[in-house]
Design a protein around this ligand. Structure first.
Ligand SMILES: [Zn+2]
Length: 210
C-alpha cells in the first residue's frame, strides 16, 4: 500500500490554514479543485497511536480538560452562593487564570467569570492584549463579556452551555463574529454543555424559586 504525507483539508476548513495531519492513504486523496482537497483518513494505523491522532481530536480532548477546570471553578463559586459560572484562560498549554462569578461577594454586577479571568490573565501576562490565549467559560458569554473578549484580543473562545436569554455568541446575538468588528475570535460552543447547564439548573432550583 502506498502511503504518503498529504495535507488534509476538509470542506469547511477550505481557506483556513490547513492543519498538519497524520499519514493518510495517498490513493484516497481526490483533488476536486485547486482550493479543496477531499481526503478520507484511512482506518489504519490504529487510532490510539498518538502519531496518527488528528490535531482536531487532540484539541477537542484539551478543550474538555480545560472546560473541566472552568467547571470546578464554577462549582466552587456555586457552593459559595454565586451563580455557578467559571472561566479559564489558557496560553501555550498552561492555565494562566481561573476565575468564577463573584457578583454577590463583590457586590458588582460586572464581576462575571469571563471579565475576572481576563483581568487576572492580563495581570499574569503583563499585557492588555491576550493574543495567543483561549478563554474557556461554562456559559455562553453575555454582551459585556463578549465585548471584553474582543477588546482583549483573545484568539479563541470555548463555552459550555448556551444562554438563550443573554448569550451574545449566537443565542441573542453574535458579537464575537460580528462582521464589522476588527477582531473576531474563533468560537466553539456547546462543549460539555450538559454538565455546565445541569450545574446552573441545579443551582437555580436550590437558590431561587421559579
Ligand atoms: Zn458576562
Amino acid at each position: 500500500m502506498v502511503r504518503g504525507r498529504a495535507t488534509l483539508v476538509v470542506p469547511q476548513m477550505a481557506g483556513r490554514v490547513p492543519p498538519p495531519c497524520g499519514i493518510i492513504d495517498a490513493r484516497r486523496v481526490i483533488h476536486l479543485s485547486p482550493t479543496r482537497v477531499f481526503a478520507v483518513v484511512t482506518t489504519m494505523p490504529p487510532p490510539r497511536d498518538h502519531r496518527f491522532l488528528e490535531p482536531m481530536t487532540d484539541r477537542a480532548e484539551l478543550d474538555l480538560s480545560y472546560m473541566s477546570v472552568a467547571l470546578a471553578a464554577a462549582r466552587a463559586a456555586g457552593a459559595g452562593g454565586e451563580v455557578p459560572v467559571g472561566a479559564v484562560v489558557v496560553r501555550g498549554g498552561a492555565v494562566v487564570a481561573a476565575e468564577a462569578n463573584a457578583m454577590v461577594a463583590q457586590r458588582d454586577a460586572t464581576a462575571h467569570a469571563e471579565v475576572r479571568a481576563i483581568r487576572a490573565a492580563q495581570a499574569v501576562v503583563g499585557d492588555a492584549r491576550l493574543s495567543g490565549c483561549t478563554l474557556y467559560v461554562t456559559l455562553e458569554p453575555c454582551a459585556m463579556c463578549a465585548g471584553a473578549i474582543v477588546l482583549a484580543r483573545l484568539d479563541r473562545v470555548v463555552f459550555g452551555a448556551w444562554d438563550d436569554k443573554a448569550g451574545m455568541v449566537g443565542s441573542v446575538g453574535d458579537l464575537l463574529r460580528h462582521p464589522k468588528l476588527n477582531h473576531r475570535p474563533e468560537v466553539a460552543g456547546g462543549v460539555m454543555a450538559e454538565e455546565c447547564g445541569a450545574l446552573l439548573r441545579a443551582w437555580f432550583a436550590t437558590h431561587r424559586e421559579g
